[in-house]
Design a protein around this ligand. Sequence first.
Ligand code: FES
Length: 114
Amino acid sequence: MPRVTFIHPDGKSGEVPERVTLLDAAEALGFPLKHDCGGSASCSTCRVEVLMGGEHLSDIDFEEQDLLDREALTEPYHRLGCQAMVLGDVVVQVPEDRDVPAAESREASNAVKN
Ligand code: FES
């Protein structure tokens, strides 16, 4: 099985079944990768920077490329976690400003207000 590594202060690494998306891999490994649109290639909160193994991800389809272009995420090599399927070992960097799931963000912001 392919090994996926999420580089982040709370990062995770582990083996996942082939052909799962990076988002599904993150969930399987217990890493809270954001996914505000639920995986429909419309928000880009699931984006990751591919550090190694880009050739082991599925090809970028039209919807993913369109969103990457609109968000100016073509350089360095970014992928949408909800669209990129794992075909082999891969290492991705998760932006630290994109790491906290919405529910935790709300709790944190409420804690600041209280
Ligand atoms: S979860 Fe919204 S684009 Fe991937």
